[in-house]
Design a protein around this ligand. Structure first.
Ligand code: ADP
Length: 496
C-alpha cells in the first residue's frame, strides 16, 4: 500500500499542548494543528493534567489535521509521541480516570522516594531500570493514586483499574478500549520496567507497591497498536515513543555515539549507546533509546538541564533587557566576548550532571564595564556551557568523545549559541532543516511499520541538514571553561 502520495499522522502530546502533524514520504509537513490544555497546580509542588482534556484536545487536533487534507484517506498510519512519565489510572470498564493525571514535574512523592532510598534500594533500582530514584518517574505516582483515591488499591488488585503513561491512555481510548499497550521507551521511564529483560519486574513492583494486573503490554516502537477511530477515519497506530526518544530517532541517531540535544525551555540530551546499557558514573540516566520490531534494543544515556532557553526567557520577562528571545543573538554580537561575565542559570537548581536542588542562579564577574550585552552573551554561553558539561559526562561514561551533536528546539534558531556550542565543546553541531524532530520520529516509526519507508537508510535520504557549525578556536575556551566551573561551584548548595 506504500505510495509517494501517502501520509503519516503524528500525534505529539506534549506537557502544555496537544499537536498533530501530517508528513509525506519526503518528510514534508502537509498539515499542523495545536491546542493548549489546562495546567493544574493544586498544591505547592503538585502538577496535574486532566487526562480527558488531553484526550479531547489530541482528538480535536488530529481531526483538524486530517480534515485539512484534500484526501484524508491517504493517511496510512498514526505515530504517537508523548510527554513521558506522566501517570494516568483509569477504570477498565468505563475508561474513566479515577484521578487527575500526575505530571512528570510533580514532586508530591519526593518523600516516598527518600524513604525507598533510605531502605537501601537505590542500587537495585538503578541496576534494573538505569534510573536514579526520583519523584519524576511514574512508579511512586501510581502508588500515590492507589493509596489516596478511596478503594483504588483493592480495585487495582481485582483487575478493575488500568495504569498507563499518556501514550497508553491515548491508545486505549482511540482504539475504543481494545488495546492496552505501551512501547519500550515509555515503559523505561516508569521505574518498574527492567531495561535488560524488557519486562515489568517483580522486585520493582514489590518495592514500589504496584499491582501487575494494571500494567499495559510492552511493544517495540514500530508495532501494531490497534486501529484508532478519528471522526469517520479508521487508521492503524503503528508507532509509539516518548518525546525525547522520538527526537533521537527523528534525528536518525541510530549508531552508538550519535546523539541529539534539544534546546527548549530546558535542554535534553540523549546519546545512543548501542546494544548495551552503559551505567553512568556521572549521574546520567541509562534508558532505552528505541527498539525496531525484530531488532535488538538500542540503549541511550540521557541528561537534562533544567534552565536552557528559559534563561533567555528570564532576561526578557524578569530583567526585561530583551523584548524577544531572537534579539539575544544580535545584542550579544555587539560585544566581542562575555567581558568576564558568567551567568549560572540555576534558577530552579541544577540538573545533570550536578543534581543540586539547592543551587541558585548567579551572575558573577561584573565590573563597571559590564553592559546588558555582556549579560545576554553570558546567558547564551551558559546554555552552551551546561550542554558541554553533559557532553563531557557522557563522553566519560561512554569512554568515547561525542564528535557530532544533532540539535533541535526553539533556541537552535540562535546562530551565536550554536557556534558557541561547537567551539566550547569542540564538536560538529548539526542543525536539520526540519526542526519537528519529535513528531518526525513518531512518524518514522509508524511509516516503517506501514511500509511507507523500507528501512533507516531510506529515512537517511530524506533527512536534510540546514547548517553545520564547526569549532572555531576551541582552545581559547579552555580558560573560560575554568571560570564557568568556578562559577558553578559557587552557585551550589546556596539555599541549603
Ligand atoms: P519548549 O518546547 O520547551 O516550550 P521551544 O523548543 O519552543 O521550547 O523553545 C522555546 C525556548 O527557546 C524558550 O525558552 C526561548 O526563550 C528560547 N528561544 C527561542 N528562540 C530563541 C533564540 N532565537 N535565541 C535564544 N533562545 C531562544
Amino acid at each position: 500500500m506504500s505510495s509517494s502520495n501517502h501520509f503519516i499522522l503524528a500525534l505529539d502530546q506534549g506537557t502544555t499542548s496537544s499537536r498533530a502533524l501530517v508528513f509525506d514520504k519526503l518528510g514534508n509537513i502537509h498539515a499542523k494543528a495545536q491546542k493548549e490544555f489546562t495546567q493544574y497546580f493544586p498544591e505547592n509542588g503538585w502538577v496535574e493534567h486532566d487526562a480527558e482534556e488531553i484526550l479531547e484536545t489530541q482528538y480535536q487536533v488530529a481531526l483538524e489535521a486530517l480534515t485539512s487534507l484534500i484526501d484524508p484517506s491517504l493517511v496510512q498510519a498514526i505515530g504517537i509521541t508523548n510527554q513521558r512519565e506522566t501517570t494516568v489510572v483509569w477504570e477498565k470498564a468505563t475508561g474513566k480516570p479515577i484521578n487527575k493525571a500526575i505530571v512528570w514535574q510533580d514532586r508530591r512523592t519526593a518523600q516516598i522516594c527518600s524513604n525507598i532510598i533510605a531502605e537501601g534500594k537505590a542500587n537495585i533500582v538503578q541496576e534494573k531500570t538505569g534510573l536514579i530514584i526520583d519523584a519524576y518517574f511514574s512508579a511512586t505516582k501510581i502508588a500515590w493514586i492507589l493509596d489516596n483515591v478511596p478503594n483504588a488499591r483493592s480495585r487495582a488488585e481485582n483487575g478493575e483499574l488500568l495504569f498507563g503513561t499518556i501514550d497508553s491512555w491515548l491508545i486505549y481510548n482511540l482504539t475504543g478500549g481494545k488495546v492496552h499497550a505501551t512501547d519500550v521507551t515509555n515503559a523505561s521511564r516508569t521505574m518498574i520496567f527492567n531495561i535488560h529483560t524488557l519486562e515489568w519486574d517483580h522486585d520493582l513492583l514489590h518495592i514500589f507497591n504496584v499491582p501487575i494486573q494494571m500494567l499495559p503490554d510492552v511493544k517495540p516502537c514500530n508495532s501494531d497498536y490497534g486501529v484508532a477511530k478519528i471522526g469517520d477515519y479508521n487508521i492503524p497506530i503503528y508507532g509509539v515513543a516518548g518525546d525525547q526518544q522520538a527526537a533521537l530517532f527523528g534525528q536518525l541517531c541510530t549508531e552508538k555515539g550519535e546523539g541529539k540535544n534539544t534546546y527548549g525551555t530546558g535542554c535534553f540530551m540523549v546519546i545512543n549507546t548501542g546494544e548495551s546499557v552503559v551505567n553512568s558514573n556521572h549521574k546520567l540516566l541509562s534508558t532505552i533509546g528505541y527498539q525496531l520490531a525484530g531488532e535488538k534494543v538500542k540503549y541511550a544515556l540521557e541528561g537534562s538541564v533544567f534552565v536552557g532557553g528559559a534563561a533567555i526567557q528570564w532576561l526578557r520577562d524578569g530583567l526585561k533587557i530583551l523584548t524577544n528571545a531572537a534579539q539575544s543573538n544580535d545584542i550579544a554580537q555587539t560585544v566581542s566576548d562575555n567581558g568576564g561575565v558568567y551567568f549560572v542559570p540555576a534558577l530552579t537548581g541544577l540538573g545533570a550532571p550536578h543534581w543540586d536542588q539547592y543551587a541558585r542562579g548567579m551572575i558573577i564577574g561584573l565590573t563597571r564595564a559590564t553592559t546588558d550585552a555582556h549579560i545576554i552573551r553570558a546567558a547564551l554561553e551558559s546554555i552552551a556551557f551546561q550542554v558541554d558539561d553533559l557532553l563531557t559526562a557522557i563522553g566519560k561514561d561512554l569512554n568515547e568523545v561525542v564528535k557530532t551533536l544533532k540539535v533541535d528546539g526553539g533556541a537552535t534558531a540562535n546562530d551565536l549559541l550554536m557556534q558557541s556550542q561547537s567551539s566550547i565543546s569542540n564538536i560538529k553541531v548539526v542543525r536539520p532543516k526540519n526542526l519537528e524532530t519529535t513528531a518526525m520520529g513518531a512518524a518514522f516509526f509508524a511509516g516503517l511499520q506501514s511500509g511507507l519507508w523500507q528501512d533507516v537508510s531510506e529515512l537517511k535520504q530524506i533527512w536534510a541538514v540546514d547548517h553545520v557549525f564547526e569549532p572555531i578556536q576551541s582552545d581559547q575556551w579552555a580558560l573560560k571553561k575554568t571560570f564557568w566551573k568556578k562559577a558553578v561551584d559557587r552557585s551550589k548548595s546556596w539555599i541549603e
